[in-house]
Design a protein around this ligand. Structure first.
Ligand code: TTP
Length: 583
């Protein structure tokens, strides 16, 4: 099998216009009406973050404002993202995502949740089981596979068939598919059809899917026919498909690496890579990258499905751009309390659902005029709002020197533009442990507003924080999750907070990885700035959604969804380079 030797059946399931479907389920009166989801603000009716397929026919897309969408499609219904505690509340979308993942996990035990509405499935075993208990010849696949396309083939009812006579029809491909690889994909398509029907029946959402032998091909295939359709991409069709597939459409080539390949080779489509020998590709891009490109353009990819359906971190944040920047202690504490409450609520739900407990919190904050945010990690012995508020406040207050320390008028020379709290380092807990933790949590006094006067006495000191929970290794791990961008302000922490300083001091990394991490942090901030530039002050859904991104499994860095692909590309390129140096 020319699939990189995996012998696998890999599927990407991608929900159609996900947030719109979630809202339509909540508001059935919107069914069949053109609809878009907006993060409302007064300027031009807010930013569109999801559009259904009906509205797309009128040219409505994500980059438009609500007002522009109305002009293009007067009948459109604009649904606002719900708000809670004066910020976007994405809990309905997260819950709906969990429902979908639950359905998926009934079909295979190997699932990788790729984003809020996407998951890779390894269907190798279920397909084998299916083949063992059914005769392939008896399969009525034509009837079952109405919404299935075969990449590179014409659909049977394709009216432009004559224009592309090099392509065979979907029906002919089905009839002539006698290799075992092609048969497993047909069987997989039957299973995926059932999975999609089950999602629709049990959860009420349509989705699309890509069916192939590896993640790269499955992801590419999933985007070929939407909504509510599925596409098989067999190895035999890779050359036809790649002859017109742009480099940037392929997983890992959407970022810098793809640009480099395009610039160095002056090519646009993946298939053109086949014109270069392995030797030339290795000379131009290094041994491992060269080999990887050589295989990729032939449809070969060895990337594993990481078998993860729950996120590695849970976070929430808020941006305070322009005039809404936070300048007083009161404002910072107010928002810390809102964010902490949201976080604790989500952590409690997560504990019930996934029997796990987070052990650390990282508070990120972006002081005005700084290129990158400051990140501080502290231990989380229990899900206690007051503790999170106080420790986060302590971290911000120490790291962001106040002009005056007068209790009620604590102000800073520069404002704070963003605060984000992220809980991580989850450990599994047994049922007994869970019970006592939940009891502990229910006894948590809600943190009433922490006034400046009381804050200093109630702040848990660095010493207490370090003693309280983490052993040395855990502490070092926790520190590894901090953004390695410590500013001068951070370095000048008072001696009285030496323990906190020590706890927060990032472990020095060697050479290139450190530079790379810095670059990631900078890049993240640039993206944050770019996104912020297009948003109004309350418009934090997109940002919030980006923090959905988990801690990067490679470097422990928290990565925004927008840059995750590029970030992983970077690691990928880095590992290829490292390997080629060893070779
Ligand atoms: P996508 O899967 O990118 O898009 P979609 O599901 O809306 O549409 P499609 O059918 O083309 O796949 O994003 C999933 C959800 O994530 C989307 O419904 C809304 C949310 N989202 C944001 O909030 N901001 C963003 O910038 C993007 C890209 C998505």
């Amino acid at each position: 099998m020319e699939d990189g030797g995996s012998g696998k059946v890999v599927v990407l399931v991608d929900m159609d216009c996900f947030y719109v479907q979630v809202e339509k389920r909540l508001h059935p009166e919107l069914k069949d009406k053109p609809c878009a989801i907006v993060q409302y603000n007064k300027w031009q009716g807010g930013s569109i973050i999801a559009v259904d397929y009906e509205a797309r026919k009128y040219g409505v897309k994500r980059s438009l404002k609500g007002k522009e969408a109305k002009e293009k499609c007067p009948g459109i219904h604009l649904v606002q993202v719900p708000e809670k505690r004066r910020k976007a509340d994405l809990s309905n979308y997260r819950k709906a995502s969990g429902e979908v993942m639950k359905v998926l996990s009934g079909f295979t035990s190997v699932i990788e949740r790729a984003s809020i509405d996407e998951a890779f499935l390894d269907l190798t075993e279920p397909v084998k089981d299916y083949i063992n208990s059914n005769s392939f010849d008896s399969l009525e696949f034509h009837a079952d596979l109405k919404s299935t396309h075969v990449a590179g083939c014409n659909d049977d009812d394709d009216t432009h068939k004559d224009d592309c006579d090099l392509r065979i029809s979907r029906g002919d491909w089905f009839k002539s598919s006698c290799s075992s690889d092609e048969r497993v994909l047909i069987v997989a398509a039957i299973l995926v059809q059932r999975i999609r029907e089950t999602i629709l029946n049990e959860v009420g959402f349509t989705c699309s899917a890509g069916i192939s032998h590896n993640k790269m091909l499955a992801k590419l295939a999933a985007g070929m026919h939407k909504p509510n359709q599925q596409t098989i991409l067999p190895q035999s069709q890779v050359d036809v498909v790649f002859s017109t597939t742009l480099l940037k459409k392929v997983r890992h080539l959407g970022g810098k690496l793809g640009e480099q390949v395009q610039d160095k080779l002056k090519i646009e489509c993946v298939g053109q890579l086949q014109e270069y020998s392995l030797k030339v590709l290795q000379e131009k891009f290094g041994l491992k990258t060269g080999s990887w490109l050589y295989e990729l353009c032939r449809g070969i990819c060895h990337e594993k499905i990481s078998n993860r359906i729950i996120t590695k971190s849970i976070g929430c944040g808020k941006n305070f751009p322009g005039p809404s920047k936070l300048k007083t202690a009161k404002a910072v504490k107010y928002w810390l309390e809102q964010l902490s409450r949201e976080l604790v609520e989500r952590l409690e739900e997560d504990m019930t659902e996934n029997t796990r407990q987070a052990q650390s919190i990282t508070v990120h904050f972006l002081p005005e005029g700084q290129a990158s945010s400051v990140a501080r990690t502290f231990a989380l012995p229990s899900y206690n709002t007051s503790l999170i508020v106080n420790n986060s406040w302590n971290a911000i207050n120490k790291g962001h020197k106040p002009v005056t320390n007068e209790e009620s008028h604590l102000t800073w020379t520069t404002g704070i533009l963003n605060i984000h709290l992220s809980a991580g380092k989850f450990v599994q807990c047994g049922k007994g442990h869970m019970k006592s933790l939940l009891q502990l949590m229910s006894s948590d006094q809600e943190c009433s507003f922490v006034s400046a006067s009381s804050s200093h006495s109630s702040i848990i000191t660095g010493k207490e924080v370090t003693q309280m929970t983490l052993c040395k290794e855990e502490r070092e791990d926790a520190v590894l999750t901090t953004t390695p961008t410590i500013t001068e302000q951070d370095q000048s922490l008072e001696t009285s907070s030496m323990n906190i300083t020590k706890f927060f001091t990032p472990i020095k990394r060697k050479g290139s990885l450190e530079t790379q991490l810095d670059r990631n942090a900078k890049r993240r901030e640039v993206v944050l700035e770019e996104i912020k530039g297009t948003l109004e002050s309350d418009d934090d859904t997109i940002i919030d959604n980006q923090f959905e991104a988990v801690l990067c499994s490679e470097c422990g860095e928290e990565v925004l969804k927008f840059v995750l692909e590029e970030h992983m590309d970077y690691h990928f390129a880095l590992s290829l380079d490292k390997d080629s140096q060893i070779n």
